[in-house]
Design a protein. Structure first.
Length: 664
């Protein structure tokens, strides 16, 4: 016989860290009742009258009190059950024979979570006579009792049973109950909790009946209560030093599709339990949704005394998960095949939308993934890989690569992929700028009205107004002069650029070079409206005359115009005018332009002329200047073509022939 203090101490030690886990009480007492009726069912398998295992859980819950009455039609407190009830650590051989793995927690949960409990039981003695016992547990006095020595009486009851009634009204005990019933406050949610908690027992016994009553509301739970289609897959596993164990994987259909990583719920002793070291998961996308449950005697033997934690090693968790993947891969092989096909389609679209990330998709990840990798998945996988490459780029630059000590990292495949990606993004940026230019040169807006674009807006697009670039170290390279030619975007210590401010009596953009080892040059870039130039073909001063005037200003006062102290008689002068083709035609055919213009090769409406200007009004010295007139339309097409070729080169769409003989 156990002492009262011993039982109470054991209960406190067992549940002191589970103060809010009132469900452990329900779990233990219901589990004992289910075991009782299933043992009787097995013993009476061949009885003349069919036995129906039944139990009733009747809960009355208010703010001031909670009453739980649990009745089952099991064998009652037989001699073996009474002896095991007397001693906490006594093995119940009968329950072990039916693989229930009892841990004797029911009494401890009652002592810890309730104020008092009363048992009433009818059982058959060794002579088959029905006898009845009633007792409180624990007894109100200081000591516990022995059921073997407890007086009983014969009864004419129709059947054997056990009836347990517990009362909860003390503040601490009732507080735990309130926490539980706040979450499961109605008969529907409580029924779902009970089915999920005792799923293996319910699904494996077609004739088991559980009647659930909550504050007068009634539900009956049977195998058919699990409305969804249920399949099971058995398999075996062998563990070193422990032998072979049977597992059963349950698949319960539900309306919610499977998405990505799907948890596998484990059960031990027919009760839901968590793995102490890790989680079991199965990755799959399927429109057919399933709950995945796993039961095994291996879990039964390794569960803690409360039945909450399955204590197996991380290595065992991994081994079991590998086996589950093997089993479910076969079960879902058609779905996996379909998912891979969809992933390939998504990958094809991904490559079109994200060319800068294409090279970073891990082929192994795509091949091994059993779910559908959508655009977000592919982007995430590519960015993770790219991030690793970029870290190595900055940390290993100018060092030998890890794979080949003779190869610098910048020459590795990884580095080339990274550089290619950066170029992809730059080319995409150029594409966006070209789209802006295209919108600017449209003569009409969406409403059909004329759409004038000011010269200043064109200037702002090509080279931000007011900016000065002295050399390549300047950070404000906010210009898009590559639209004209990529050579205008490269600045060194001897190449300078200036975009004038509004209101200045200067040309829009100047680019000049004062390299001591080469001929000094200056480019005067004059921008016109994309709709109509205000001085095209003007008899007094056309667009060309305006550029010549700006060249004369540079010749006469280079320090004032460009802050350039130079002998301007040794400078090469060039003027570029960017205007609409209609204005160019008007200009080159005007009397003031003087004729002699030639077509620029490969461009449709652009012209050039080797011209001259006079340093001063009465000075007849001719200073050579090359004048080029580019139409917006030609420049847009040329820049777009260059950008397209650049992009296709990055995608390896062109074949490079290295052997000159093969090229002939």
């Amino acid at each position: 016989m156990e002492q009262r203090s011993n039982v109470q101490n054991r209960a406190e030690k067992e549940y002191k860290n589970s103060r809010e886990k009132f469900y452990l009480l329900l779990r233990e007492i219901i589990s004992n009742s289910i075991q009782a009726v299933l043992i009787r069912k097995e013993k009476e398998r061949n009885a003349p009258q069919k036995y129906i295992p039944e139990l009733t859980l009747d809960i009355t819950y208010t703010e001031k009190q909670c009453s739980i009455v649990l009745r089952d039609n099991g064998e009652g407190f037989t001699d073996i059950n009474s002896r095991c009830f007397d001693e906490l650590d006594k093995r119940n051989i009968e329950k072990e024979r039916f693989h229930f793995h009892p841990l004797g927690q029911g009494r401890l949960a009652i002592v810890y979570f309730t104020n008092k409990a009363k048992y009433e039981t009818v059982y058959k003695d060794k002579d088959g006579v029905k006898r009845k016992k009633e007792f409180y547990y624990p007894k109100p006095d200081e000591g516990l009792f022995s059921l073997i020595d407890l007086e009983d009486e014969t009864t004419d009851a129709e059947d054997t049973y056990t009836n347990l009634k517990v009362e909860i009204d003390k503040q601490n005990d009732l507080g735990r109950a309130k926490t539980f019933f706040k979450k499961y406050s109605d008969i529907t949610t409580l029924k779902q909790w009970l089915i999920g908690t005792f799923f293996p027992a319910i699904v494996s016994n077609d004739d088991l009946v559980i009647k659930l009553i909550l504050n007068g509301d009634v539900e009956k739970i049977t195998r058919s209560s699990i409305e969804a289609e249920t399949n099971s897959i058995p398999f075996e596993m062998t563990f070193e030093d422990e032998g072979s164990f049977k597992f059963k994987l349950w698949l319960i259909k539900r309306n919610t599709p499977l998405r990505k990583e799907n948890p596998i719920v484990c059960f031990a002793r027919n009760l839901m339990a968590e793995l102490e070291n890790g989680k079991l998961r199965y990755t799959l996308d399927s429109e057919e949704g399933y709950l995945l449950y796993l039961t095994s005697e291996y879990f039964d033997e390794h569960v803690d005394t409360k039945g909450e934690k399955i204590e197996i090693s991380p290595a065992d968790v991994t081994t079991i998960n590998d086996k589950i993947n093997e089993v479910l891969d076969e079960y879902f092989k058609d779905t996996i095949k379909k998912n891979k096909e969809e992933t390939k389609r998504n990958l094809k679209n991904f490559k079109k939308r994200y060319p800068s990330l294409d090279a970073f998709i891990p082929e192994q990840t795509v091949e091994e993934n059993k779910g559908v990798m959508d655009e977000d998945d592919l982007v995430k996988a590519a960015i993770e890989t790219k991030g690793r490459y970029e870290k190595k780029f900055w940390t290993q630059m100018n060092r030998p690569s890890a794979e080949d000590e003779d190869t610098p990292y910048e020459e590795t495949v990884e580095c080339q992929k990274l550089l290619n990606s950066s170029l992809h993004i730059y080319v995409k940026h150029r594409e966006r700028i070209l789209e802006r230019l295209f919108e600017m040169i449209k003569p009409y807006g969406e409403d059909g009205e004329p759409k004038p674009e000011l010269e200043s807006e064109v200037q702002e697009l090509l080279f931000k107004r007011g900016n000065l670039l002295d050399n390549s170290r300047d950070i404000n390279h906010l210009h898009n002069l590559w639209i004209l030619d990529d050579k205008f975007t490269t600045f060194s210590s001897t190449l300078k650029g200036k975009s004038t401010k509004p209101g200045e009596e200067k040309s829009d953009i100047y680019i000049w070079s004062d390299d001591p080892s080469s001929v000094k040059q200056v480019l005067i870039l004059e921008l016109k409206s994309t709709t109509q130039a205000h001085n095209a073909g003007n008899s007094k001063e056309g667009m060309i005359g305006q550029v010549k005037r700006y060249a004369r200003d540079v010749f006469n006062k280079p320090q004032q115009i460009l802050n350039w102290n130079e002998d301007t008689s040794n400078i090469q002068y060039q003027g570029i005018i960017l205007a609409r083709k209609a204005d160019i035609i008007k200009e080159v055919t005007s009397i003031s332009a003087g004729g002699g213009f030639k077509k620029i090769p490969f461009l449709k409406d652009s012209r050039y002329k080797d011209d001259f200007f006079y340093p001063k009004e009465n000075d007849e010295t001719e200073i050579p200047i090359r004048i080029e007139l580019y139409s917006f339309e030609d420049i847009y097409k040329l820049a777009s073509s260059r950008n397209d070729v650049f992009f296709r080169l990055l995608k390896n769409e062109f074949e490079v022939v290295e052997d000159k003989e093969e090229a002939l």
